[in-house]
Design a protein around this ligand. Structure first.
Ligand code: AOS
Ligand code: ZN
Ligand code: ZN
Ligand code: ZN
Length: 423
């Protein structure tokens, strides 16, 4: 039996209970059809580097059956997409992913109904045979020869992405300094800008350059693109094809991320997201596992801002996950993350906007909070499940992954010591 048939037969067993829950919820809402249509269209890109077990510098505990090459990573995302119908694209990281045989890779992705989202370059590690080291940075390096090598790599990644019909290059730099006095901030920033200008000049007409920021790690005194201000400054200087990428874990504790997001969107400079959750820093935990309310508030800003600008929610920006799983099965963790994103999105769609606007205008703070939290406290899970059902996905994706014994099957095929390339 094919995977989709197996999913359908599992769904049949759960259908009656689901119908009951869905109809109860739909009876309370006025916008069910609109929300369902939006949820069915919404897709989140899965990072190729998150399909294996992650680790820390203290250790790594592999679960077995991990994808050993790009084809197997595509198969994993294909399974995820078959289960939830919302993981229809993949973000590659080069050279961790080696798309040698482009035609074969395109065909494999196509067979699973997948496309390729942003491609990521890697100048935070030295690769075997590489002439110059990135120990002291890449695009910001004091030595122009190192900068040139890093620029060449980024352009090479664009070319590989073009062959896969990607439309964006995502750049995250580990460049920074570990100690005060190590680096001249302005010179480092200027070097980064000039390197990015060379990369920008090599972008195809319909491509974008997405610039990620991060306050610390692996450098612990300063990061050259340390916050959204520095990323936005670069994006503004580069031009209309450049924008700021927000990784939720890349903020100091208590930062108001939803406010940053709202202003970037207003300026047309919000490239998209690396979704994850965190308690302390760049923890890369499952989306929605620590602070689902923050995620909801971010989606409130996105929905309001996009509607104001008449943007298509599904395609206006890059929706991506960037997570790492030390103790969970990577596919189960990614299923949970996509689900958390769709729940927050659905809740944000339920906010009574006209009423909120009136309450804001009247400075009725209590009413404003009541309106937001009425949406947040709605259990939208039956709505998200119904959207998935209508796309032939599983009513319960994690449950189906387990009941169908998918990891066991992968482990039998790939081996219990199969380890994915990546972090
Ligand atoms: C690093 O902290 C950034 O989040 C990157 O986006 C990403 O995790 C990396 O490129 C994968 O190693
Ligand atoms: Zn990231
Ligand atoms: Zn990160
Ligand atoms: Zn992260």
């Amino acid at each position: 039996m094919q995977l989709t048939e197996k999913i359908q037969s599992l769904n049949e067993r759960q259908l009656a209970a689901h119908r009951h829950r869905f109809e109860f919820l739909a009876g309370q809402l006025s916008s069910t059809a609109d929300v369902l249509a939006k949820l069915r269209k919404f897709q989140v890109a899965i990072p190729s580097w998150a399909l294996g077990t992650g680790g820390t510098r203290f250790g790594r505990f592999s679960g077995g059956g991990e994808p050993r090459n790009l084809s197997e990573k595509i198969a994993d995302v294909g399974v995820l997409h078959a289960l939830n119908r919302s993981g229809g694209s993949m973000s590659l990281h080069i050279p961790w992913d080696v798309p040698d045989d482009v035609e074969a890779i395109r065909a494999e992705a196509g067979a699973w109904g997948l496309r390729f989202d942003a491609v990521n370059s890697n100048t935070f590690q030295d690769q075997p045979g590489q002439p110059l080291s990135y120990k002291f940075g890449s695009l910001h390096h004091v030595d122009s020869a190192v900068r040139k090598q890093a620029v060449r790599h980024n352009i090479e990644v664009i070319r590989q992405g073009e062959a896969l019909s990607s439309k964006a290059l995502s750049v995250w730099l580990s460049d920074g300094s570990n100690f005060p006095g190590q680096l001249n901030f302005r010179r480092a920033f200027q070097n980064t800008l000039e390197s990015l200008q060379e990369i920008y000049a090599a972008l195809p007409a319909d491509w974008q350059l997405w610039i990620e920021y991060k306050p610390f790690e692996p450098n612990f005194y300063a990061t050259t693109i340390g916050d959204w201000g520095q990323s936005l400054l670069l994006a503004n200087k580069l031009g209309p094809k450049a924008a700021t990428l927000v990784d939720l874990g890349h903020h100091l504790p208590n930062t108001n991320i939803e406010q940053i997001v709202s202003l970037l969107l207003m300026e047309g400079k919000l490239a998209g997201f690396h979704f994850n959750d965190s308690k302390y820093g760049d923890d890369d935990l499952t989306v929605g596992s620590i602070n689902p309310y923050q995620l909801f508030l971010i989606f409130c800003e996105l929905v309001e801002g996009m509607d104001q600008r008449q943007m298509d929610h599904a395609t206006a920006i890059g929706w991506m996950i960037d997570a790492s799983h030390n103790v969970k099965d990577p596919i189960e963790d990614l299923l949970q993350s996509v689900e958390a994103i769709k729940i927050a999105y659905a809740q944000a769609l339920l906010v009574d906007r006209p009423a909120l606007q009136v309450a804001q205008q009247e400075n009725d703070t209590v009413r404003c909070q009541e309106i937001l939290q009425a949406a947040y406290r709605t259990d939208v899970r039956p709505l998200v499940a119904e959207a998935r059902l209508r796309e032939n996905g599983a009513l319960d994706p994690v449950g189906a992954f387990r009941t169908l014994g998918i990891r066991n099957e992968l482990t039998a095929r790939r081996g219990s010591d199969a380890i994915a390339t990546g972090l």
